[in-house]
Design a protein around this ligand. Sequence first.
Ligand SMILES: *[C@@H]1O[C@H](CO)[C@@H](O)[C@H](O)[C@H]1NC(C)=O
Ligand SMILES: *[C@@H]1O[C@H](CO)[C@@H](O)[C@H](O)[C@H]1NC(C)=O
Ligand SMILES: *[C@@H]1O[C@H](CO)[C@@H](O)[C@H](O)[C@H]1NC(C)=O
Length: 181
Amino acid sequence: MLRIFLFYLAVLFASFDLALSVGLNVTVIGARDGKTRFECWALSAPFVSSEQFGIVGTETAALGDVTNITYNVIPAGFDSGFHNAPTIQWTIVLNGLAVVTLQDNSSVSVTASMGEMGLLFFTDTKDVSPDGHRSVYPGITETIFLQIPTKDAATPEHHVVYDNAPCAGPEFVGLRQWATG
Ligand SMILES: *[C@@H]1O[C@H](CO)[C@@H](O)[C@H](O)[C@H]1NC(C)=O
Ligand SMILES: *[C@@H]1O[C@H](CO)[C@@H](O)[C@H](O)[C@H]1NC(C)=O
Ligand SMILES: *[C@@H]1O[C@H](CO)[C@@H](O)[C@H](O)[C@H]1NC(C)=O
């Protein structure tokens, strides 16, 4: 009897956990109809309580397999001009300031600096967006970022939060609620 009760309790907690599960939101430099545009994705891999020794009980989300990371240092004032993502990849800004703009929509830009919004995902490769996007670096210091291609150019499972706009403030509140233990 106790055993059955405990089983139901476990099932109840498992479904409770699932209902509360929240994934990381990330701004995507994506493409549609041959043009680059911004999207906001919620990754399907949920944050879970880590079992890793040293950070047990803290929030962790798996972002998938990656390959061939590069460390990039860009001088202040550099202008990339329009270009494509070389492959499907993450970019993480470690220092400085990058502003990404689009060719056909001057009303929106993405400003990336270190912090919660410093992680971007790029999918606007040449085959899906011939012109790509432009990145300028208006800060007064060097901008440093990591480029991290996904293994086999895979795209993480996700659902689309905004299909023509970057993630904004509300997409990062979930992280802040974990700021204090
Ligand atoms: C890794 O990236 C560097 C720099 O972009 C490139 O020269 C090299 O060929 C890449 N290596 C592999 C195995 O893709
Ligand atoms: C330009 O971007 C804004 C904000 O992301 C979006 O609301 C608008 O629909 C876009 N315009 C076009 C023509 O795609
Ligand atoms: C992702 O965005 C949704 C709102 O669009 C928000 O409810 C959720 O908490 C966000 N996730 C994180 C980890 O901040």
